[in-house]
Ligand binder design. Structure first.
Ligand SMILES: [Zn+2]
Ligand SMILES: [Zn+2]
Length: 755
């Protein structure tokens, strides 16, 4: 006599073809029962002598895009079933599941797209259970067509047949559509005229060097010919973006491999279902003729991606070469995703629009990943389409839910709900009103999916952050407690959590280096050494404080960091005079001499200062520009001379747990004066930092070192650390979470989970 068993499977199991997979498997095992999709995961009832074989097969053969976090089995009183069925979703319980990210076009769909005999030949919105949008079209949970922006599109009889056929790749595919019943393209010019043959028209415009706004998966993209310096410069002028690099969309991996040094690991990232932008070292004379100096001035690398949506696939294939593909937003604003906003706000930038009639529910930028050149260490620079809203699970589950509001410059929020951890997509810099509105809107929409109010809020200690103030406002609205977590503690907790180190018994050194974070003492931190020991996260050492000169201006003007740091070694100051007008010079000198300025220990500002001293950047137009130019200069040196740290000529000394960073900068400057090589001095600076980390690990008696903070987006620094500090030390970096401030919200959750 068989028993009826109930399997409850949690995790990322919706929108990944899980129900059809279970159905086929049950048939193969000759089981009777049903499978169902609900707000807390997938439920299966079936009759068998033992549940083990079926359960093992589910774990072993689950669809590639699924992520099972939990599987539970219980025996029930025997029930009779006529066959094995897929039941309709029930959505009564509050959701408890992982929300599925968007997936890039799969190989089967790509093949059909280019097959003239296929009924979806050239159809820009083809999908199947293995690919297509999920999170970006989600209006409610559980994931079913009527709770996505596919709801207005009714399947035609052919699509319906596929949808109902268990043997078909589109069985139960909620995004299923075709040219007969699906989404329609439209091409308009910036005066509002609608053109026939939208695709052909859009292509004609791209070929003529015009700028095209295209409605993609997570929002509007701006495209133009990447081999036309003129088109790129026009885009820069209209977008008010003088130097910040643009990403490129390549037709295929072969053309990309001709233009860049593409390692197998980077290729795997590009071709994965995430299909992010990857930052790749560009070759000296890229074969496709892209204008590197206009696309990424001074950097030596480009951001490139492959077409992840069928519409982009068709466009770039027909165009036949790389296209600039950058988020459609006027400088500093969130990515535009509504048609009305696009037609209004992008009209001054784009010459034409390629749009369609499926709404985007949740806007997202393209994700950006980077791999270090030598050790292929992966880092996520921007976490968005394809990655959000998933996150590595945290050890403790939170009854009632904990909401973390993150930082400010690279804002995200994180949500711990029962045993599930979510990290929102990148939501931009919260200094503009638009971004603030978008942050709150996205947050509220996300929480409505879970039908549960948070029981606790976490914010940064910085009293001026919009996210902090929003946290206190929401806490009042919901009458729940707020806990403030120090910025760099959150960074440290994030990298510990990601590497499963939160509960380790051995001490771990945290090298937490970034641009700005509000410290416990009210000063601006950013060059910190922490230690984890016995569940405590303590700040054990730091860079010597230097003056925070001209406040918010300082990150935009690396020359100010140089001047402030030079104050610590007297003689250096006067050499900087020619970087300022006489009026500026006397003003800043006076401010420094008068004293009483806020102090900072920011490693980001040290990178800025060194870049200015080496003549790489006095003023910058985007965050991190000076540090990127400094890294690029050092990279050129190591590319020629091999990746080997340059030995120190000075001893690393500490003055009661404070490292005199001004002396280090003076040393780099002397090295520059002696050699007159920017590349050598930049490489020397990077080498000194590795020696500093080694010295700190000895001083604080840690054999494990974990690194976090925006400075760790520097792939060269990561490679040098791996090269120079192993095997004496174990090194830990972020792989899934961004090292920059996008990871702070996740770190706030991790910190609460740890202490
Ligand atoms: Zn597909
Ligand atoms: Zn159809």
């Amino acid at each position: 006599m068989p028993t009826t068993f109930h399997l409850h499977i949690s995790g990322q199991v919706q929108g990944v073809g899980f129900r059809p997979f279970v159905w086929r498997l049950a048939r193969a095992y000759c089981l009777y029962g049903w499978v169902n999709n609900t707000t807390d995961g997938v439920h299966i009832l079936f009759n068998a002598e033992s549940p083990d074989a079926f359960q093992q097969a589910i774990l072993r053969e689950a669809p590639a895009l699924a992520r099972i976090t939990d599987i539970r089995c219980e025996a029930l009183p025997f029930q009779e079933f006529p066959d094995f069925q897929i039941k309709n979703s029930a959505s009564d319980a509050p959701p408890n599941l992982l929300v599925t990210p968007d997936f890039a076009l799969c190989a089967d769909c790509r093949r059909e797209l280019h097959d003239p005999t296929n009924r979806r030949h050239g159809y820009s919105f083809t999908t199947c259970t293995n690919c297509g949008p999920r999170y970006s079209i989600l209006t409610d949970l559980p994931y079913d067509r009527e709770r996505t922006t596919m709801a207005p599109f009714r399947q035609c009889p052919d699509c319906r047949t596929e949808f109902d056929d268990p043997e078909d790749r589109r069985y139960f595919s909620q995004t299923n559509s075709c040219p007969a019943c699906g989404i329609r393209l439209e091409c308009r010019d910036s005066s509002g005229n609608i053109w026939d043959n939208p695709l052909e028209n859009a292509l004609t415009r791209l070929r003529a060097g015009q700028i095209l706004a295209v409605k993609g998966i997570g929002g509007y993209l701006l495209l133009c010919d990447a081999t036309s310096a003129r088109a790129i410069q026009i885009l820069r002028q209209r977008k008010h973006r003088p130097t910040k690099p643009f990403a490129l969309l390549y037709p295929n991996i072969l053309m990309l491999a001709d233009d860049t040094r593409l390692c197998p690991e980077a290729q795997a990232q590009l071709e994965s279902p995430v299909a992010p932008i990857a930052l790749l070292e560009v070759r000296d004379n890229p074969a496709s003729g892209i204008c590197v100096s206009d696309i990424a001035p001074g950097l030596g690398h480009i951001g490139a991606m492959l077409p992840y949506a069928p519409l982009l696939e068709i466009l770039v294939q027909k165009f036949g070469g790389p296209l600039v593909a950058t988020s459609g937003n006027p400088g500093g604003s969130p990515i535009i995703f509504r048609d009305t906003d696009a037609l209004a706000d992008l009209a001054a930038i784009a010459d034409a629009f390629l749009l369609h009639n499926r709404e985007i529910a949740i806007p997202q930028d393209d994700s950006v990943v980077r791999l270090s050149a030598k050790h292929a260490q992966r880092m996520v620079v921007r976490r968005s389409r394809g990655l959000a809203p998933s996150a590595p699970a945290l050890p403790r589950s939170a009854e009632g839910g904990i909401l973390a509001l993150g930082a400010s410059m690279k804002s995200t929020f994180a949500w711990q709900h029962r045993s599930n951890t979510y990290l929102s997509q990148y939501l931009g810099d919260l200094e503009s009103f638009d971004t603030q509105q978008n942050f709150e809107h996205t947050l509220r929409h996300f929480l409505t999916l879970f039908r549960e109010q948070p029981g606790k809020l976490l914010v940064d200690k910085h009293p001026e952050y919009f996210s902090t103030q929003l946290g206190y406002r929401l806490a009042e609205e919901w009458a729940v407690p707020v806990v403030a977590v120090q910025h760099h503690r959150a960074h440290f907790a994030a990298v510990l959590a990601e590497n499963d180190l939160l509960e380790t018994a051995e001490p771990v050194l945290g090298v937490i280096w970034d641009g700005t974070g509000y410290g416990d003492d009210g000063q601006i931190w950013g060059g910190e050494f922490f230690r984890l020991q016995g569940g405590q996260l303590d700040r054990v050492g730091r860079l010597a404080y230097f003056d925070l000169l001209a406040g918010d201006k300082m990150p935009h003007e690396p020359r100010l960091s140089a001047l402030s740091l030079a104050g610590k070694w007297g003689a250096g100051r006067n050499m900087l005079e020619n970087k300022f007008s006489p009026a500026e010079w006397s003003l800043y000198r006076r401010m420094l001499d008068k004293g009483g300025l806020l102090q900072c220990s920011s490693m980001g500002r040290v990178f800025d200062g060194v870049a200015a001293l080496l003549g790489l950047a006095d003023k910058v137009s985007y965050e991190g520009e000076a540090a990127m130019l400094l890294e690029a200069a050092a990279f050129r040196y190591f590319r020629q001379n091999g990746l080997k740290s340059i030995p120190l000529e000075m001893e690393i000394t500490w003055e009661s747990e404070v490292f005199p960073v001004g002396e280090l900068v003076a040393h780099v400057h002397n090295c520059f004066l002696k050699t007159r090589s920017v590349e050598y001095a930049a490489a020397f600076f990077h080498s000194q930092l590795i020696a500093l980390i080694g010295a700190a690990a000895h001083r604080y008696q840690c054999s494990k070192i974990a690194c976090s903070g925006g400075v760790w987006q520097n792939a060269l620094l990561v490679d040098l650390a791996l090269e120079g500090l192993r095997p004496e030390f174990d090194l830990f970096f972020h792989r899934e979470i961004s090292p920059n401030d996008e990871g702070v919200s996740y770190g706030q959750l991790a910190h609460v989970s740890a202490v």
